[in-house]
Design a binder for this molecule. Structure first.
Ligand code: GAP
Length: 435
């Protein structure tokens, strides 16, 4: 039986991620740094594939969304205007006995969840933004924040993008980038960390058309996760009640996934109204974050529909969803479009003709796809290793290759084998990956 039944799925996944080079604990040789993770060779490929799929879907395939890459450090007034300095807080309680810290909203009753003693302090507000200083002098004037969301870089560039690209409302601006939050209780592997990457898009619309666009983006974004290959019955919408709404949102839906640790948010879709643009106009003393409609002669501040996804969280979801154990093997059934390696290329045995033919195929394939060549050990073990890494195809040269120039192509999920002409392998793989 593959895997150990006493371990939870999450434990098995964490161990697979390390074994196969997806994720390593940050600074592991020093004992690690809480909630920080490094993406290994397969992890970085998977992450890049998820980002490119999002970028393709949100910008290249659309006529109404532009891209942006704003800096992480921004003028500190940005975060006053956005409300993050005053509002971006969690209620924190300390246990005076065991010194552990908790989010007050995660505690049930007067006792400490760790030691059971009733020695919890009163809740106090804790701001989640990381602070640092610009330049050599560490005083108030040099204080800057690591951005807690990428969205603000888009808002302050609204007029720049609109003018430079001669855009008419409605249009959107998309961005992928790091965000930082000093979370009180990070955890569940890469689900909640203090440094993470967001894939955000802000869509600027005429007030009054916001509900319609909100509905459209909700559907678009759910389809994205279905197209990533996630199981439809593990996805749902969750509407925020009045108490859950962030300080900037008038309406919000989360797309949630059923993780082994329960239903959790994957992405937030928010109607942020004109909150952010109005505040930036006010705090900057300028009024250029508005739009002049040439057709109607009206000037207005656009409303914003935001789609905000976590890249690391999407990656974790893809791994959880793809993990499967069979009698003889562990297999990651990742969608071929995001699989880190698209095909393993193997000579059946290490014989000269088979090795040369396999190397020839590898050289041709690597110009178009991320592929992997391996001639060590039994073919069964080489297949199993690639199954665990989520590689959708295995291409093997054998005795027959030397006679008729054909190879075996094995599919990861069904383990079905096809005989394909050597000259046609590249196109066969291309067609397979396009689905
Ligand atoms: N701009 C809106 C915004 O940031 P959010 O709901 O706070 O909204 C959006 O975050 C997404 O970012 C979440 O759905 C999640 O995927 C990801 N995210 C937020 N905090 C995270 C954390 N501490 N670790 C990993 N991902 C996180």
């Amino acid at each position: 039986m593959a895997g150990n039944n006493n371990e939870s799925v999450m434990e098995k996944l964490v161990s697979l991620c390390k074994r196969r080079g997806f994720l390593f604990q940050s600074s592991e040789i020093y004992g690690g740094l809480n909630s920080c993770w490094d993406y290994g060779p397969l992890g970085v490929e998977l992450k890049n594939n998820i980002k490119s799929f999002w970028w393709r879907r949100m910008t290249l395939e659309r006529e109404d969304v532009e891209g942006l890459d704003a800096s992480i450090l921004m003028h500190p007034k940005v975060w006053e205007a956005s409300g993050h300095v005053s509002e971006f807080t969690d209620p924190l309680v300390d246990c005076k006995s065991c010194k552990q810290r908790f989010r007050a909203d995660e505690i049930d009753g007067p006792a400490c969840p760790a030691c059971g003693k009733e020695t919890l302090t009163k809740a106090r507000r804790f701001n989640l933004m990381f602070k640092t200083h610009m330049g050599p002098v560490e005083d108030e004037a040099s204080l800057v924040f690591l951005r807690p969301e990428t969205a603000q870089g888009i808002y302050v560039n609204f007029a720049n993008v609109q003018t430079a690209m001669r855009r008419k409302v409605p249009f959107g601006i998309a961005q992928i980038g790091k965000a930082f939050r000093n979370e009180i209780t990070p955890g569940n592997f890469i689900f909640r960390t203090r440094e993470f990457e967001q894939m955000e898009m802000q869509f600027f619309v005429k007030p009054g058309t916001d509900d319609e666009w909100f509905g459209k983006w909700k559907e678009e974004r759910m389809q994205f996760y279905l197209d990533l290959g996630l199981a439809g019955d593990k996805l749902r919408f969750h509407e925020h009640g009045p108490k859950e709404l962030a300080h900037y949102a008038r309406a919000a839906f989360d797309i949630e996934y059923r993780f082994p640790f329960g239903w959790q948010e994957l992405e937030g879709i928010h109607n942020r109204t004109d909150f952010d643009l109005v505040r930036h106009n006010e705090y900057s003393g300028k009024t250029n974050l508005s739009y002049f409609d040439e057709q109607t002669g009206e000037r207005f501040v656009p409303y914003v529909i935001e789609t905000s996804a976590g890249c690391d969280r999407t990656l974790l979801t893809c791994l959880v969803d793809a993990y499967d154990e069979e009698e003889e093997r562990v297999v990651l059934r990742l969608s071929p479009r995001i699989a880190p390696v698209k095909a393993g290329v193997f000579p059946l045995v290490k014989k000269e003709g088979m090795v040369a033919a396999a190397r020839d195929i590898y050289e041709r394939l690597k110009k178009r796809f991320k592929v992997f060549y391996d001639h060590g050990g039994s073919i069964g073990r080489r297949y199993r290793r690639q199954d665990e890494a989520g590689t959708p195809l295995g291409i093997t040269t054998d005795g027959q290759t030397l006679e008729d120039n054909t190879v075996t192509v094995r599919e990861r999920d069904s383990m079905e084998q096809h005989r394909v002409k050597l000259d046609e392998v590249c196109d066969w793989v291309g067609r397979y990956l396009e689905g």
